[in-house]
Ligand binder design. Structure first.
Ligand code: PLP
Length: 424
């Protein structure tokens, strides 16, 4: 994912993005108006087709898989279809590389604990970053008890991870590089394709946290050259569930806890017990939603499911870049301290997730005042203690985070700007 060259501000192409039509597909968004959901980094709303899919599963097929009667066969069919669709969403090599489960953190822990058992003294270094959500740091730090040595890839003052800084940290001792695709706190994008190339050049593996990236742009595990990747349904307009992708051979090699009757291959070996089928049905419908958007944006010109998903998310990415520019203009005008990429002309280096503080005002007070005018934003440490430390912020105070997504409008951004003007 190499960032495109800097565009001019305020793309007129936004008008082509059908935000009003899309919004109407999200009953919670419309039902809460004029409340503005600007806390999507903590979890997004669900379109009607996803709600329908969850409901339909519970009403019509709420039985265990693996039975010989029609309803159970239907659950098997739904799971296979969901795997195909999520594989297309990720650009996986094979649907069996997609494993369903509870959430991203539990998959991180499972892969971490298994990988820890494969550490050898000569290749025991794990690179983690101080930009990541703590889930993707603590998981790997826990392996120190199993002989891992943690190596820190530090973000620069611009709030970004630069691959040039990773290169000197890599050697034949590196077992794994664990990093995010985009910061859930600052919104900064990471050039993960370059991370993949650099790590593989020294024989290391790459574990990507794509939880925050999922709702903003197309994931491409093949182009990124990663080995493992996790995502969370509730951040991508789906229900609470998570999924792990890994190269088939890498997953095969992981020594996970497994009952005797579970085959030692993906996805089965990584799917602990019975996961939440209705939420997998919902995630499958998320892919339909994105693909339908792609079909609309391309005027029906795109053919494969993958093409339509990419088209849909590319459209989201372009639209969100305009949201980012406007948000940055508003934050700059209010004199906010913006953590990370703050120049509207560099909006292409980020997604519309903004951490900031206003001088002389506690972040909690900013958020309470925003709530009073119907703006849902968040304050706190963003589950990122190392990042807070780097930013010189205390864990109990932290920062304010505003995180619009593609169903938010420029009018809502303008309301946010007005709010900033009123309190700054
Ligand atoms: C970047 C990132 N990674 C990991 C997580 C944890 O995801 P989950 O809640 O699915 O375990 C989050 C949740 O906020 C996140 O934003």
């Amino acid at each position: 994912m190499s960032p495109p060259t800097a565009p001019a501000l305020a793309q007129p192409a936004t008008t082509a993005f059908p935000v009003e039509t899309l919004r109407r597909q999200f009953p919670a968004v419309i039902g809460a108006e004029p409340f503005a959901f600007f806390d999507n980094a903590a979890g997004a709303q669900l379109p009607q087709n996803v709600l329908n899919a969850v409901n339909r599963h519970l009403l019509d097929h709420n039985v265990q898989r693996g039975g010989r009667y029609a309803k159970s066969l239907e659950v098997d069919r739904m799971l296979a279809e969901a795997r195909l669709k999520v594989a297309a969403f990720l650009n996986a090599y094979d649907p069996d590389e997609v494993c369903f489960g509870m959430n991203a953190t539990s998959f991180m822990r499972m892969v971490g604990q298994a990988l820890g058992q494969t550490l050898r003294p000569a290749r025991s270094e794990i690179v983690v970053t101080d930009l990541d959500h703590d889930a993707n740091i603590a998981t790997w730090q826990a392996l120190q008890a199993m002989g891992a040595r943690i190596v820190w890839w530090r973000m620069r003052e611009d709030g970004r991870l630069h691959v040039e800084d990773l290169l000197p940290l890599l050697s034949e001792r590196t077992r794994l590089v664990a990093c995010t695709v985009v910061s859930h706190a600052l919104g900064s994008l990471v050039d993960v394709a370059a991370v993949g190339r650099a790590a593989h050049a020294v024989g290391a593996e790459v574990f990507l946290d794509s939880v925050h990236y999922g709702p903003h742009a197309p994931i491409d595990v093949q182009a990124w050259g990663c080995d493992y990747l996790v995502c969370s349904g509730y951040k991508i307009f789906g229900p609470h569930m998570g999924f792990l992708w890994g190269r088939f051979d890498k997953l095969a090699a992981l020594p996970v806890v497994r009952s005797e009757f579970i085959p030692d291959v993906a996805p089965h070996k990584l799917e602990t017990g019975t996961f939440i089928f209705e939420n997998v049905a919902g995630m499958s419908a998320v892919v339909d939603y994105l693909a339908e958007l792609g079909g609309t944006l391309s005027g029906g010109a795109t053919s494969t499911l993958r093409d339509r998903i990419v088209q849909g998310l590319d459209g989201i990415r372009s639209y969100e870049q305009v949201l980012s520019e406007r948000m940055l203009v508003a934050l700059n005008e209010a004199g906010a301290t913006i953590y990370g990429v703050g120049d509207p002309r560099l909006a292409h280096q980020r997604v519309p997730t903004f951490c900031f503080n206003l001088a002389h005002m506690h972040p909690a007070e900013v958020v309470e005042k925003a709530a009073a005018v119907g703006l849902g934003i968040r304050d706190g440490h963003m589950y990122a203690p190392r990042l807070m430390e780097r930013l010189g912020l205390s864990m109990d105070r932290g920062a304010v985070r505003a995180s619009p997504v593609h169903y938010n409008t420029l009018a809502e951004v303008e309301r946010f700007a007005e709010f900033l003007r009123s309190v700054a």
